[in-house]
Design a protein around this ligand. Structure first.
Ligand code: ATP
Ligand code: MG
Length: 206
């Protein structure tokens, strides 16, 4: 915590959940933009455990995804990484992420869950939606190729969701993996350290 904060200031923690296989500049720009627009004190990146929406697909190990997230965020003093979803084990549900972060950081903080337009459109299928919206404010970010609109959710006040236009980066983890498999460059789509980590570990080669 920042010791210089004003009395009465509630700590604002952004939460960026994702598979991060690999983390790319689209994730980092969205987090940075939300942090600036909402005056967030910190954004914590939370790599998923075994992602339940993607359980039919091949996903890199939690440790590789965790380390890439650490490498990509290390230079930003307001970015951090949490292992709560990885260490819990089993499929990740956002409601558990938010509960665990409140348990770790205390109840006197405000959580802002950051999601891209594609993930926001799926939100009605997530577990314990009403409790999720009690635990956090949701920020839906624009993402190239996806229309952004606020889902109407019974029992959830519309002011718990804010839509935000962020600088458009047509980058996806899927696209990055496919480029590596096709031996095409991913320089400048992901941070330099991530290009090097992927090469060192031989990720996505087949
Ligand atoms: P994949 O192609 O494997 O699904 P992804 O690029 O969608 O990967 P995720 O880890 O699934 O990355 O995304 C984590 C979060 O970041 C989601 O809320 C997603 O909508 C958001 N996000 C991902 N890429 C962008 C982008 N280019 N611009 C804005 N938001 C993004
Ligand atoms: Mg995705």
């Amino acid at each position: 915590r920042d010791p210089d904060v004003q009395p009465g200031h509630r700590y604002r923690l952004g939460v960026m959940g994702g598979t991060f296989d690999p983390i790319h500049h689209g994730h980092l720009v969205a987090a940075s933009e939300v942090a600036s627009r909402f005056g967030l004190d910190e954004v914590v990146f939370v790599p998923t455990g075994q992602p339940w929406q993607k359980s039919h697909k091949k996903v890199s190990s939690a440790e590789d995804r965790y380390l890439m997230t650490v490498i990509a965020t290390a230079s930003n003093p307001r970015f951090s990484v949490s292992r709560v979803d990885i260490d819990r084990g089993g499929p990740t549900y956002t409601v558990d992420t938010l509960r665990d972060l409140h348990a770790e950081r205390g109840d006197d903080i405000d959580l802002y869950f950051i999601t891209g337009a594609d993930a926001l459109a799926q939100i009605l299928t997530w577990r314990d939606v009403e409790e999720m919206f009690r635990l956090a404010h949701f920020v839906g970010c624009t993402r190239p190729g996806v229309e952004l609109h606020s889902p109407v959710i019974e029992g959830v006040p519309p002011e718990r969701i804010t839509l935000l236009e962020v600088p458009a980066l047509a980058i996806s983890s899927t696209g990055c993996r496919e480029r590596v498999t096709a031996r095409q460059p991913i320089w400048y789509l992901v941070p330099d350290g991530i290009v090097q980590y992927i090469a060192k570990r031989g990720l996505y080669l087949s």
